[in-house]
Design a protein around this ligand. Structure first.
Ligand code: ADP
Length: 604
């Protein structure tokens, strides 16, 4: 840094005394804090000429100098005890960030050839016996420095070594901080307890000038002569010391001091003040080393970030934990609900299957019941062909014994026997088919043949079956997609009820008409009788289970018929016969296939 002439130092004490006497009676105290890197005495010696210059130039103020180490200066600025600060570039940048210092001038000594290139570090070894010559050889060595925050006494050298890939914090055998004054570093090198030491540039020359060491005893590693400094330096150069004011400093005073500094004539050693230099390189140094105002960058590591942001991290962790708990709970809930749903679906399907079973059971029972009601004369009906067969057989035997049996008579008797046997077999076959227990199937179905089949069944079972007239009025073709036996059961039930309604009435009123037509793409079947009919209030209850007006009735037939038709997507209802007496029962079924032309259903 600066290289003060020895005459300044010698007269320091007397100059301070003069400086203290000069101020007028109205002078205001101005406190100047200087960084004493080489102890208080040296600081007084170095800076007293400046104090006396200011007191002389600005007599309305009384300038007083106070020297500090790094920590002391920081505290004094923080406590507002200092108006003007003179310190090295490193501490200036640090306190600029912390306390808002503003530089008003930069020192310009004769050593610095270019403004802003005046301050660096010299890394020294013992000239006598050290084999070291280059900075690159410091890897794994013992090095003494002033302090972790010392600018020329550590940081500048640390950055320089980083350029060679040597991290002083981790790549040295030992990094020893010996503290101020800086001579401690020289002593450590001289004593051989370290291999090398870091001092600020020109420190050796300055101390030699003061007679405190001999330059020849030391060697500077990787000396840079191109710097233009008349001292050996191992590193890049940075701006010289600034003079700065604090936030509390009166702006008028700051302006006056700045003007006085800029107007200060060069001392005998060539030291003067110029406009404030650019301290950006110093910022870059701190940023690269992640020190001083950029020390927080060191915290951008998992551990550092955790230390700095632990309340946020804690909150975030709590949030994530809450989210995980919520998700897991939601997941479990969804699982439970899904299982419950699946279970209830299974139960429902089972109930539906049971219902289907019992419905099929009921339908079967209902079929049997219809058969039971219709089969009152079944024995008689079966008996008739059996009697005829018996008669023919006996007649053949008799003629045989009378020797009157002709081939014609045998043919006639056998033909009759076959015909009657087929008749009886047909009746039994139809009943068996109708009464068979089975599962429902859906297939395209023509209703007219079904009606004829129902008629045959009734006629086969009743001795005096009434007339059943079947009229097919389907204009084109309409096949219902239906279960044949179920629809036949409906037809049979309706026909049986119609027969019951006409029982005991004159023969002409016992005729039953079954009309099969189509409307709105639906098959429409009407079973019309001219029987006793039913009063309106009873008609409303027709389809309710167990409604019956018959002494031996169950009252289940119509309700089952309705269930069957509706399960096919159709409708069943009853109304009084508009053509006269009696009732008509009508049901519809949706057409599976429909066209105005004739459609051939598989079972047609
Ligand atoms: P059930 O024949 O065992 O009584 P249904 O459900 O088949 O059971 O009939 C219920 C009732 O509806 C019958 O008792 C009868 O009173 C009435 N019914 C059914 N069809 C007719 C009809 N064509 N004419 C008059 N009443 C009828």
């Amino acid at each position: 840094m600066r290289f003060f002439p020895s005459c300044w130092r010698r007269s320091a004490a007397s100059l301070i005394a003069v400086a203290c006497l000069v101020p007028s009676a109205f002078a205001r105290d101005v406190s100047i804090g200087v960084f004493a890197y080489q102890g208080e005495y040296a600081a007084v010696s170095d800076w007293s000429p400046l104090i006396s210059y200011l007191n002389h130039s600005l007599p309305e103020h009384r300038f007083q100098m106070h020297s500090y180490d790094a920590a002391g200066m920081r505290k004094a600025i923080g406590d507002g005890q200092i108006d003007l600060v003179i310190t090295n570039p490193g501490y200036y940048v640090t306190m600029e960030a912390e306390f808002g210092l503003s530089r008003i001038a930069t020192l310009e000594s004769m050593q610095s050839v270019r403004a802003g290139h005046a301050s660096g570090s010299a890394i020294i070894v013992r000239a006598r016996d050290s084999p070291l010559r280059e900075l690159t050889e410091l890897d794994g060595k013992r090095v003494a420095a002033v302090a972790p925050e010392a600018f020329g006494g550590y940081l500048v050298a640390a950055r320089e070594l980083l350029r060679f890939g040597i991290d002083m914090e981790s790549d040295l055998q030992e990094l020893r901080f010996v503290g101020l004054p800086m001579m401690n570093v020289v002593q450590a090198v001289r004593s051989g307890t370290v291999d090398a030491g870091i001092v600020r540039s020109c420190f050796l020359e300055q101390m030699e000038a003061r007679g405190q060491l001999r330059m020849a005893d030391f060697r500077v590693l990787s000396p840079r002569r191109e710097s233009g400094l008349p001292c050996a330096v191992s590193t890049a150069l940075y701006p010289d010391w600034p003079a700065a004011v604090t936030r509390q400093t009166d702006p008028v005073l700051a302006k006056a001091v700045a003007q006085a500094l800029l107007a200060m004539p060069a001392s005998a050693s060539g030291m003067s003040w110029s406009v404030p230099a650019d301290y950006q390189p110093v910022h870059e140094l701190y940023r690269e080393l992640r020190a001083g105002p950029y020390a927080y960058l060191r915290e951008i590591t998992p551990g550092g970030l955790a230390r700095r942001f632990w309340p946020w991290l804690l909150g975030l962790t709590a949030l994530v934990a809450a989210w995980i708990v919520h998700t897991v709970r939601a997941e479990q809930l969804v699982h439970r609900r899904t299982a419950e749903l699946r279970e209830s679906l299974r139960a429902r399907q089972a109930a539906e299957a049971r219902m289907r079973d019992s419905q099929e059971q009921m339908e079967h029972l209902s079929r049997l019941s219809v058969l039971g009601e219709l089969s009152g004369n079944l024995a008689h009906e079966i008996n008739q062909p059996l009697t005829t067969i018996g008669n023919y057989a006996r007649s053949v035997l008799r003629r045989q014994s009378d020797s009157k049996l002709t081939p014609e008579a045998i043919t006639e008797a056998c033909s009759e026997i076959v015909s009657e046997a087929e008749r009886a077999g047909g009746i039994v076959q139809r009943i068996r088919h109708f009464a068979k227990k089975r599962s429902a199937v859906r297939e395209p179905l023509a209703l007219t043949p079904l009606a004829h089949e129902a008629k045959r069944l009734v006629s086969g079972m009743l001795a005096n079956a009434p007339d059943i007239v079947i009229e097919s009025r389907t204009p084109g073709g309409c096949c219902a997609l239906a279960d044949g036996p179920q629809i036949q059961q409906v037809l049979l039930n309706l026909i049986k009820n119609a027969i019951d309604a006409g029982r005991g009435l004159p023969a002409e009123r016992q005729t039953i008409r079954v009309e099969i037509g189509a409307a709105d793409k639906r098959t429409l079947v009407q079973v019309i009788d001219q029987g006793a009919g039913l009063p309106e209030e009873q008609r409303e209850q027709l389809f309710q289970p167990f409604f019956t007006t018959k002494p031996d009735g169950l009252g289940l037939g119509l309700s089952i018929c309705k269930t069957i038709i509706e399960s096919h997507g159709g409708r069943l209802w009853a109304e009084a016969n508009p053509d006269g007496c009696g009732m008509r029962f009508i049901f519809t079924l949706p057409c599976h296939e429909y066209s105005t032309a004739s459609v051939s259903c598989p079972r047609c």
